[in-house]
Design a protein around this ligand. Structure first.
Ligand SMILES: [Zn+2]
Length: 364
């Protein structure tokens, strides 16, 4: 009996690793093939500084397995890497299909592909017999440069209406055009975490720049930023990525603000309330807070979309790029509505469910 089980054990050891390897290899194979197809379509050589790769590899799950090996396959072939600011993992739910996107800022062209479900169930031998592009059921090669799209809006309409990037059009065009316009690595990271770029992430980034000037960290060992995100919007995701202020670590508390209260505050202070940021010293148990406002009206006016009559897909993308102009002068759009000292009892009131933090601060 012992001998039989030993034999079985040996047999299993011989068989299981082979199957495990076949499965592990699939994501690498897909990443490597996507790289080959992308390089062919966009005509670039490995390490081309004009090219950005975006993918949800690692987040997407195929046949019960995470797909991070696709990143290795993609990187090895294209020379693109996160460390060089030209490969980003864009956040997506695990159940969404895997996709790959390449953008060439020199030509303004983008290539997008999604694996063919049939390819995913093939054996290694079957896969090996197929050329790289046969791994994908949807392959798009289209103009994604925003200026070119605005010059030919019908092409842009087709891209959006026919979901040429599998429903990821807004996300991928926004992120890649911002990258081409010189977006910094931390901004790209926040956009990738948020899953798309919208003026909301830009507003969070500008609040971060504003706070760095007006409420800077002075004691790196003891201080953190606590966000009372009321009202919350996309900006909160920039705070999580760049400040590491997260709900799980008690440094972010988000709550909705009723439309009436928002209206009251906007009328009183002349700008839309954009939440409360506290620089908290966890050793001294004291902090300083800023209730902030953010003026989207200025952004709309200055980026030329206030009276927009063009294609519906364009205004937010135009704002994404236009708002990069404020990076060095965030005070053009961010204002301090109230500055105040914080102690433990006040912090407790500000973050406790049921309290309107603006009422706690006597602002309304
Ligand atoms: Zn958003």
């Amino acid at each position: 009996m012992r001998r039989i089980s030993t034999l079985l054990l040996i047999a299993c050891c011989l068989i299981i690793p082979a199957y495990a390897f076949a499965d592990d290899d699939l994501a690498y194979d897909l990443g490597s093939r996507a790289a080959e197809v992308g390089m062919d379509l966009l005509k670039f050589e490995a390490g081309d500084g004009n090219v950005l790769a975006l993918t949800n590899a690692g987040h997407a799950v195929i046949k019960g397995k995470t797909t991070e090996r696709a990143l290795t396959g993609l990187s090895e072939k294209t020379g693109l890497s996160n460390g060089d600011n030209n490969l980003f993992q864009v956040n997506r739910p695990s159940w969404k299909p895997l996709w790959f996107y390449f953008y060439n800022k020199d030509s303004g062209m983008a290539a997008y592909m999604e694996p063919d479900p049939e390819f995913l169930s093939m054996s290694i031998d079957q896969r090996e017999s197929l050329p790289a592009d046969k791994a994908f059921s949807q392959v798009s090669l289209i103009v994604a440069d925003l200026d070119s799209m605005l010059a030919n809006p019908n092409d842009g309409n087709t891209t959006f209406n026919r979901k040429k990037f599998g429903g990821n059009e807004f996300s991928l065009i926004g992120i890649s055009n911002s990258w081409a316009a010189g977006a910094d690595y931390d901004f790209m990271n926040a956009a990738a975490f948020h899953d798309h770029l919208c003026p909301g992430i830009n507003s969070g980034y500008l609040i971060i720049k504003y706070v760095a000037k007006n409420l800077p960290i002075t004691n790196a060992a003891a201080e953190t930023y606590i966000d009372i995100g009321c009202p919350n919007w996309c900006k909160e995701d920039a705070f999580q990525m760049i400040w590491d202020s997260t709900p799980g670590k008690n440094s972010m508390f988000v709550m909705a603000l009723s439309p009436e209260d928002e209206k009251t505050l906007t009328a009183k202070y002349g700008t839309r309330p954009a939440g409360i940021i506290i620089r908290w010293n966890d050793g001294a148990k004291t902090g300083k807070g800023l209730a902030l406002g953010f003026d989207f009206d200025i952004v709309s006016k200055e980026t030329g979309v206030a009276e927009w009559t063009g294609p519906a897909w364009a205004p937010k993308l135009i704002q994404d790029i236009g708002m990069m102009e404020y990076t060095d002068r965030p005070e053009a759009v961010v204002t301090t509505l109230k500055e105040f000292d914080v102690d433990e009892p006040l912090l407790a009131k500000l973050k406790t469910a049921g309290n309107n933090p603006y009422k706690v601060l006597g602002m309304m």
